[in-house]
Design a protein around this ligand. Structure first.
Ligand SMILES: Cc1ncc(COP(=O)(O)O)c(C=O)c1O
Length: 383
């Protein structure tokens, strides 16, 4: 049977029917009072989700657009940028910064590890002349399924005085990310993740301290310009023609999220990831991230069992169950598969996915106690 696809990749994620229906309406004029009211509500709800009093900009782009928007509004040629790299997406910050002519230094760790705050402290302490202007980091590294200890890392950056620029693409709306309380200067995210809407929008919020640095930026981006966006947000508008239907969808999704409550949403993500980790261990599979303290609540990376390939697991899940899981990226391609429990996911989905994974592995000849994963998942989900 077709047309029952369940996306368990780390984005795009499943979209609720009410959100799809909201999106399916005729576009409305982006300068109309009707759209302005929708924007007013949406901007306020985004502040709620970002846990900030800063304005949250909506860009018509994917998450990478917001990453570029962050650095292209801050960096001048020759600026020192320290990039904390725990995977592919952390490295993207370094590439964007280098492309803008920054002098990029990296702290890099092996896949599956997080940044140790002690290592960051040493690097920042060594910068006695306070030359490092910006520190980029990833809250939740989608390539590996590791969550950095963001609160501690941001506190150290704040103490040093540099601007913290954080990729919250797979954390905002899934993993607690307190922009104001933790003192994050720039936080970006993308619509196809925890926001429960399709790809096409990206978000950015910047602190007053970051805005001061932006004011010294000699050649800021035109399309992504922070000053233009801030002016528009404060007028319940957008500088250019936005993706109107996606913003209507976002408005609907944010209403659902507010009704659910942030704490419930975050707890649900934690519960689902815990259940999935318990299930894969019970089946006898190895999670890539060994340390539960840094294992992501949004993405779980799993090694295939000996003798069974990642492509076979993925194609059996797709062909027999219409469940899509992700491959590893770059050097992790075909070495791990990644299951997302991000956004619009319920207990039923986790049980079904674990059951389908068991059935696929069974079909592929893996020997294990059938039902052990589902049992472990249920024990973690119920009660
Ligand atoms: C952590 C992280 N950062 C950045 C991105 C890039 O976002 P996009 O593909 O929407 O440009 C992704 C996408 O998966 C991501 O997971």
């Amino acid at each position: 049977m077709n047309d029952k696809t369940f996306l368990m990749i780390p984005g795009p994620t499943p979209v609720p029917e009410s959100v799809l229906l909201a999106m399916a309406k005729h576009p409305i004029g982006h300068r109309s009072s009707e759209f302005s009211s929708i924007l007013e509500e949406t901007y306020a709800d985004l502040k709620w989700l970002f846990q900030t009093q800063n304005d949250v900009f909506i860009y018509t782009s994917s998450g990478t657009g917001a990453m570029e928007a962050a650095l292209s509004n801050l960096v001048n040629e020759g600026d020192k940028v320290l990039s904390l790299v725990i995977g592919n997406f952390g490295n993207r910050w370094a590439k964007i910064a280098a492309g803008l002519g920054a002098d990029v230094q990296k702290i890099e760790v092996a896949p599956g590890q997080a940044i140790d705050p002690k290592v960051l402290k040493e690097a920042l302490d060594a910068d006695v002349n306070k030359e490092i202007k910006i520190v980029t980091l990833t809250h939740n590294e989608t390539a590996t399924g590791v969550t950095n200890p963001l609160k501690e890392l941001v506190a150290l950056i704040k103490e040093h005085g540099a601007i913290s620029v954080v990729d919250g693409v797979t954390s905002v709306g899934a993993i607690d990310c307190k922009m104001d309380e933790w003192g994050i200067d720039v936080l970006v995210s993308g619509s196809q993740k925890g926001f429960m809407i399709p790809p096409g929008l990206a978000f950015l919020a910047a602190s007053e301290k970051a805005f001061k640095v932006h004011e010294q930026c000699k050649h800021p981006s035109f399309y992504f310009n922070w000053s233009a966006y801030r002016k528009s947000v404060r007028a319940n508008s957008t500088p250019y023609t936005p993706a109107v239907n996606l913003i209507v969808a976002l408005n609907e999704a944010l209403k659902m999220m507010k009704k659910d409550g942030l704490e419930n949403i975050l707890n649900r993500h934690a519960k689902h990831a815990k259940a999935l980790r318990a299930a894969i261990k019970a089946i006898g599979l190895k999670p890539m991230v060994q340390d539960d303290n840094i294992a992501s609540n949004a993405i779980t990376s799993i090694y295939p069992p000996e003798g069974i390939s990642v492509p076979d697991i993925r194609s059996t899940l797709k062909k027999d169950f219409d469940i899509v899981v992700a491959n590893g990226q770059n050097e992790l391609k075909d070495k791990i598969f990644r299951m997302g429990t991000l956004g619009f996911v319920c207990d039923r989905d986790v049980i079904a996915a674990v059951g389908a994974l068991e059935a696929s592995l069974y079909k592929l000849g893996y020997k294990f106690e059938l039902g052990s994963g589902v049992k472990a998942a249920i024990e973690n989900l119920v009660g």
